[in-house]
Design a protein around this ligand. Sequence first.
Ligand code: NAD
Length: 477
Amino acid sequence: MKIIDQIYINGQFVKPLGTEELELINPANKQVIGRVVLGNAQDTRLAIAAAKAAFKTYSKTTVKQRTDMLQRLHDALMNKFDQLTQATIEEYGAPVSVATMLTKLAADAFLHTKEVAEEYEFTRIAGKAKVHMEPLGVVGAITPWNANSTHIANKLAPALAAGCTVVLKPSELSAIQTQLFAECIHEAGIPAGVINIVNGRGEVVGEEMTHNPDIAVMAFTGSTRVGKMIAMGAAEQLKRVTLELGGKSPNVILDDADFTKAIPLAVSAGFINSGQACLAGTRLIVPESRLEEVKRLIKTAIDAVKVGNLSDKTSLIGPMVNQKQFDTVQRYIRQAIEAGAELVAGGEGSPEGLEGGYFVKPTVFANVTNDMAIAREEVFGPVLVILTYKTEEEAVEIANDTSYGLQAFVSSGSLERANRVAEQIVAGRISVNGLHDEPKAPFGGFKQSGIGREHGIFGIEEYLEPKAIIGHDALLV
Ligand code: NAD
């Protein structure tokens, strides 16, 4: 039983003034594994004050001092690699292969950002002006539960590289993972006040951050609903806002693709992180004439998907994070069936033998049209829909007929065709013939998937504002 009764303010672990307690539950067996004491608005104000005071000196540090800190944060995370991974398995329910990948992504984020910062021109010339890219101030970072360490690292690394200080509010469901991350920050010797962490509810700690005038940037990852509330609140003081929100990503399989490879890949793309992934390719768009073949291949691919046993390196799907998420996924499955969708695999309930956790059956629907809720709304679970097209133009039209635009996938036997289709899709990232990642490429969405970008130069620039000095090279004559 882990008791998380401290938050991290001004370089110290302190008891929060807030007294509300929340149980932490292992989603694989519904056992209580810990308790977190939540911070309140006053705790948040203390954290913001510490970050504001630290900004005065931190914003003046050299790039070398900051990149050294990024290296130390990477090293500290690597030192706690196994503990962080284990906590991700127990508290979030990720299978071991996924948890390992998430910890590695978190540690690597600091290294990739370090490399980019070392090359970045913080001062440059624009015509006759000297332009300084200046850190904006205190960042209010809010992150979700589905990849706790990775999301935290993706906010901290660019903010620190830019010279900003941070108040972080992670998901209240991830307190054990966050505690380990906070210990890494402490062990990395990050100066007091540069990073502050307050566990707490969104409507308490998050609200205070959104409205507090001493925060200059709100950097949010989470649902589109909450993202809009933050954007509206932040507008009062014209805070910079970055929003990494939801998705309903299309996966277009062109008729010349090798279906025996593209379909198993589509199952992996759809079920990334147990389907609890904003970038999951949950709308599979296939040629109408090949539907029966697709259904056959999908069934075979799903039969090979291992659900449960999180310590098995070959397990792909873990439980949903909590009862609420389990109920949401069940409701979507039920509604799709009622709306006339055809169940190709899975369905309501838990897989046999896994009823003791929040496990859902990997589910695939056919006979779906793109106006149905199951095709339009983010389920955030292992649920795919198959949509059909007659022509390449129609495939692109269906892919883009969504309020989201975070990620897309395209498969084709011809690179020229695949790239032609990829160029026409409105999404922040498009992965051609595979599940590719490029940590220095921008990550973020069009439309309701968000505002702004993470990763690489694009990520660092979200925390900078240009200042031009004109006449810097001439005396009055
Ligand atoms: P959520 O929006 O409910 O919560 C995210 C965070 O916001 C949590 O820390 C929560 O406490 C906080 N929050 C809640 N209400 C708030 C408020 N009024 N003010 C300020 N903060 C508040 O989302 P979730 O259920 O934790 O996560 C799942 C969602 O996140 C999905 O929609 C998913 O697509 C999205 N997501 C997006 C990305 C991305 O990079 N685009 C990555 C992962 C998850």
